[in-house]
Design a protein around this ligand. Structure first.
Ligand SMILES: C[S@@+](CC[C@H](N)C(=O)[O-])C[C@H]1O[C@@H](n2cnc3c(N)ncnc32)[C@H](O)[C@@H]1O
Length: 327
């Protein structure tokens, strides 16, 4: 009799722990599409990028994809810690979403992918087997406050620019031209031409791009540790899409891509796993002021900042903090 009772208790306990383990596992691994929001051609998902891609995005339905994933460098993104046990495991994870991005990309579509300088070789070798890589772009920027003393500090991030069909893809060269500084600025004449003419005043940018990183004092600043500058996304979106095209960002962060896509009259899809950043997206892309009874307000900026020693820096003009963080 007692034996049956003990057995019954053991079975009940086992069942409870299996159910708990399963629910907890699903939560931890973020395998769910937790929420979906849609407004006037713009869609935002709270959930795991891979799961959303697999279950929500039809094949060949997206014209431009910009991917700025976690870099495997140990950054903290709200509840997510950006560190894999090894480079290989990070690459294996990335190959899964790269394959999904390729599946959802339209036949004439373009894929831009960023990652750390050390992880980019894995991505490059993998992507070049499946797409045509047109450019290997360097996003160069000013340094952070902390300077490397015993090696050469990192001052750039790589971006791969690839297309599905090298015979037919969007590239709006005229939309992204920049000032040609050399000959034209000095009003020189190019005598190499049949009829000598002045140098062009504009040119298509090369593959080394300078854009300052987003700083606290900038209007576009959001509370996100890896926010990309709007100017960077503006160049990418203008070059590789037209008005009305669908732009996807599977690791949306502060939703820079979607906000810029909206301003440029494209449609957008953004996926983000952290609710803290989802709220930025709802405000920045949809213009919402409230989410679940919580007010959505832009970051409140104070003049009191702390330097790397935790010492208060009182910054009345915005210039002092800038000076500390400049190279
Ligand atoms: C490098 S940041 C993107 C920054 C973004 N480009 C911006 O301008 O703000 C990567 C983002 O991916 C999010 N993330 C991490 N794992 C994810 C996953 N499995 N699915 C969706 N988002 C994820 C992080 O929370 C983080 O916000």
């Amino acid at each position: 009799m007692i034996d049956y009772f003990v057995l019954y208790i053991i079975i009940v306990l086992l069942t409870i722990s299996v159910v708990y383990y399963y629910l907890d596992f699903k939560e931890i691994s973020g395998l769910k599409v937790k929420e979906k929001f849609e407004e006037k051609g713009h869609r935002i998902y709270l959930g795991d990028a891979l799961e959303v891609l697999k279950t929500e995005i039809p094949s060949e339905s997206v014209d431009l994809i910009f991917v700025d994933p976690p870099y495997n460098i140990g950054k903290k993104f709200a509840d997510f810690h950006d560190k894999w046990p090894s480079d290989e495991e990070y690459a294996k994870w990335a190959y899964e979403w790269i394959d999904e991005c390729i599946r959802v990309l339209s036949p004439k579509g373009t894929l831009y992918v960023m990652t750390s300088t050390q992880a980019m070789p894995y991505f490059d070798l993998y992507i070049r087997k499946k797409l045509t890589i047109l450019s290997r772009i360097i996003w160069r920027y000013d340094s952070s406050g902390m300077q490397a003393k015993k090696y050469y500090g990192s001052m750039y991030e790589p971006i791969l620019h690839s297309v599905k069909n090298v015979g037919e893809y969007t590239f709006n060269a005229d939309a992204i031209k920049v000032e040609a500084k050399t000959g034209s600025q000095r009003k020189l004449i190019d005598y190499r031409k049949a009829v000598p003419t002045q140098y062009n005043t504009e040119k298509i940018p090369g593959n080394v791009w300078y854009f300052p990183r987003v700083r606290y004092r900038m209007d576009e600043y959001e509370n996100h540790p890896s926010q990309k500058p709007e100017a960077l996304l503006e160049r990418i979106i203008k070059a590789s899409s037209n008005k009305g095209y669908v732009v996807l960002d599977p690791f949306a962060g502060s939703f820079t891509t979607c906000a810029v896509a909206k301003r440029l009259q494209r449609m957008s899809i953004g996926i983000e796993s952290q609710e803290e950043y989802l709220k930025i997206g709802l405000r920045r892309v949809f213009g919402w002021h409230k989410y679940n009874d919580e007010k959505l307000i832009p970051p409140e900026k104070t003049n009191v900042r702390r330097n790397w020693n935790g010492k208060r820096i009182v910054d009345k003009t915005g210039e002092l903090f800038h000076a500390f963080s400049e190279a």
